[in-house]
Design a binder for this molecule. Structure first.
Ligand code: SF4
Ligand code: SF4
Ligand code: FES
Length: 259
C-alpha cells in the first residue's frame, strides 16, 4: 500500500454520496472520514491510498488483503479480508499483505504421499498447543485447529478437505503462538492429496489429452496473430455462459474449441 496523497479526499460534490454517513477510521494511526458503506479496501482508496500490494481479486478469493484492526477501549485484535470487511467507526486498521512464514521447498513429484511428509517438512506442526487462535482468526471460517490436528495425525485427506477454502491470507499464522504456518502445511497436504490420492477426473484427463493432441494449436496460432483491437472485439463478442445455465450448456460457436 502506498500513499499518493497527503490529505484525505474531500466528500464528493452534493448528491446522494454526500448524504451518506461518514465514519472515522484510522489507517496506521491517521484519521480519515469515509462513507460507512465501504469495505476497508475501498475506504483505503477513498482516503487516497493506492493499493499496490495487499490487493488482488477484490472478491474474497486471493487472500492478498489480510487486515488487522482494533477498536478503542478494546484489547481485542480483530482480523478480516479488506475487500470483504465493511468499515466501522473508529477502526484502527493495518493491512498485512504478506506474512513471512516458513515455506518448505520441495518437488511434489518426489515426495511420498503419506502423512509423515508433513512432519518431515514442517516438524513445528507438533508444537501446536491447541489454543484455537488460528480458527478464531480465519476470515473463511475454517476450522484451522481441526486441520492442524489432522496434520499431526498424518491424515492428508482430512487436511486437504478441511483446508479446501483457505485463501492463504496468513492471518492464522500471524497470530499463532507456536509459529505454525498453517496455510503452507495445508497446501502441502492438498498437493499430495490431489497429485496422488484423489480420484482422477475423467473429463480433465480427456481435456489434457486433447491439448496434447494439438487440437487447439491452430486456434491458438490464429489468436496470436491478432492485434489488440481484434482481440478486444473477440473478447467482447464472446458467448458468455448465462448465470443460471444448465450443466450441459455449451457455446453455439465452438470453433475456438478446435471443433
Ligand atoms: S494458533 Fe497455532 S498453536 Fe494455536 S491452535 Fe492454531 S496452530 Fe495450534
Ligand atoms: S486458514 Fe489461515 S491462511 Fe487460510 S484462510 Fe484461514 S486464516 Fe487465512
Ligand atoms: S483482494 Fe483478494 S481476497 Fe481481498
Amino acid at each position: 500500500m502506498s500513499k499518493t496523497e497527503t490529505k484525505p479526499k474531500k466528500a464528493p460534490v452534493k448528491g446522494k454520496a454526500e448524504e451518506e454517513r461518514q465514519v472515522p477510521i484510522f489507517v496506521m494511526g491517521k484519521r480519515y472520514d469515509v462513507p460507512a458503506s465501504l469495505t476497508i479496501q475501498k475506504a483505503l482508496e477513498y482516503a487516497g491510498y493506492q493499493l499496490i500490494r495487499g490487493c488482488g481479486c477484490r472478491g474474497g478469493i486471493c487472500g492478498a488483503c489480510g487486515t488487522v484492526y482494533r477498536f478503542p477501549n478494546s484489547y481485542r485484535i480483530e482480523v478480516g479480508l479488506a475487500c470483504q470487511t465493511v468499515v466501522q467507526p473508529d477502526m484502527y486498521i493495518t493491512q498485512i499483505p504478506f506474512f513471512p512464514g516458513n515455506k518448505a521447498v520441495y518437488d511434489i513429484e518426489t515426495l511420498p504421499a503419506e502423512g509423515g511428509t508433513i512432519a518431515a517438512l514442517y516438524p513445528e506442526v507438533f508444537k501446536c498447543v491447541g489454543c484455537g487462535t488460528c480458527t478464531r482468526s480465519c476470515p473463511m471460517d475454517i476450522d484451522v485447529l481441526g486441520y492442524i490436528s489432522k496434520a499431526i495425525q498424518g491424515d492428508l485427506k482430512a487436511v486437504a478437505e478441511g483446508s479446501f477454502d483457505c485463501v492463504m491470507c496468513g492471518l492464522c499464522a500471524a497470530r499463532c503462538p507456536s509459529e505454525e504456518v498453517q496455510y503452507n502445511i495445508a497446501i502441502l497436504a492438498r498437493r499430495l492429496y490431489g497429485r496422488y490420492i484423489a480420484p482422477k477426473a475423467e473429463h480433465v484427463t480427456q481435456a489434457v489429452k486433447a491439448v496434447e493432441s494439438g487440437v487447439y494449436d491452430k486456434a491458438l496460432k490464429d489468436l496470436m496473430k491478432k492485434n489488440m483491437d481484434e482481440l478486444k472485439k473477440l473478447y467482447k463478442d464472446l458467448e458468455i455462459e448465462p448465470d443460471m445455465a444448465e450443466e450441459s450448456w455449451t457455446p453455439q460457436n465452438r470453433s475456438h474449441l478446435g471443433e
